[in-house]
Design a protein around this ligand. Sequence first.
Ligand code: NAD
Length: 500
Amino acid sequence: MRENLFDKLNEMRDYYSYLPNFIGNRYVEAETDRYLDSYDPGRGEVIAKVPVSSSKDVEEAVSQAVSAFEKWSRLPIYDRLQHLIRLKVLVEERRDFFARLLSQSVGKTLREARGEIFRAIQAIDSALGSPHLFAMTRKIMNIARTEPEIDMEVVREPLGVFLIISPFNFPIMIPMWFIPWAVTLGNTVIVKPSEQDPTPLIAFVRMFREAGYPEGVVNLVNGDGSTGRMLLTHKDVVGVAFVGSTAVGEKIYAEAAAHGKRALAQTSAKNPVVMMPDASSEQSIENIVGGFFDMAGQRCLAPGLLILVGEAYEKFLNRIIDKVKKIRVGYQLSEEVDMGPLISETARKRIISMINEALESGSKVYLDGREHAPPKGFEKGFYLGPTIIETSPDSKIAHEEIFGPVMPIVKAKDFEEAVQIANTRKYGNTAVIFTSSGKYAREFARRVNVGNVGINVAVAQPDQFFPFPGRKKSFFGVLHGQVDAIDFFTDRKVIIQRWW
Ligand code: NAD
């Protein structure tokens, strides 16, 4: 067996070596020769080797999850819930360790990584209410008039093995949007984390074992898109919760439908932010800048286009630029840093080429992150400084998701034009307005065609007790994995009975 991280999960490391899968409550080596590199993005150095799992690994994980389902799904929901309560305690005890691991592996700052763990715990909290919700959806109805002796009863049943495919930017929180609900409702799961930074989740899943979950209830299979596809098309996988890019989400949704599986896909974004001339200056600027540049812009909820309305342009532009210039870019694990690196050199090059293309086609640059020197001692890291560009609403950079530290700005002559610009983006995750006018705020919330509307907030992020809707190319499906979890992760059965 290769040297691997089985015994190295309790501490931060410079190198985690060959990563294992987690199947049947055990860390196991993948049966493959293909390994991909996972980096510490701030140092630009490989910290782990990620297996591209084979069909044998997929088969083993599915078979464990299928056999675990037999017993697990028959336990009373209250018994299943006890494990989740224990899990919450374990996560709370180790939140600092996981924050550091996340920071190192994703490149997000420690503050941002702590925020991710906080939200993962909140996701557990939201699922702690599942027995009550579950009980409320079960009812008995007699058909009194025609056949008084017949009773009809609706029962909810778990479905089997669910697949969760997650993106690189929240390696723990996003799987935890779904796992607590799926398993408490009686299903078993296989998670396929992003191949770019699976280390934090691999270390995290052992806590399911410690919390007492039986073998095979929660499994993790590493790999790239090819592994994801094998899992998705496996005959014993009943559904998928996918979070990632639209390009992949669209395919997964279609493929799931073709195989008769349940699916939801939360995908890409280009979130417009409208700044009215009457916006309260200081707080608005602070929130807008934080929204764009926290996590180096690598959030599906990060603002993607700043629309300055009328006099807002003269009034706020220079102050925004001054504020952005103060962002301290550096190695993510240093407490002194506001913004860390990007996830990979590929991402850095992609974003630089988007900036180049925008400037070649007539956009104007106010702050050029391409010239930003990497922090001393971290020259190999995937850093890109904050960039501010003025462009036209029709340009490519005003339409496409950037997923990096770039603020494209466009002008709108009035509120009407701003709404029109916001509504002509192909995505529909969020839209935010900064104003001190209730009239404009209300009108905006009503007319903008997105899933989440923010009024004077940096990021329109619903917490775990709300659905996480998206429209247009930002969401595929009907049900959401949190508030609609009872419907997504269970199926209804009507029992019609008569007793003589
Ligand atoms: P990605 O789409 O490249 O990868 C996401 C996951 O899909 C990875 O685990 C990857 O291995 C897997 N995958 C790729 N091809 C596949 C295939 N053919 N079949 C099955 N699985 C496949 O996304 P990413 O770069 O990791 O993440 C960034 C994207 O995620 C951005 O577009 C961002 O907006 C989006 N995102 C959306 C939300 C949301 O809630 N809407 C949240 C976070 C991130």
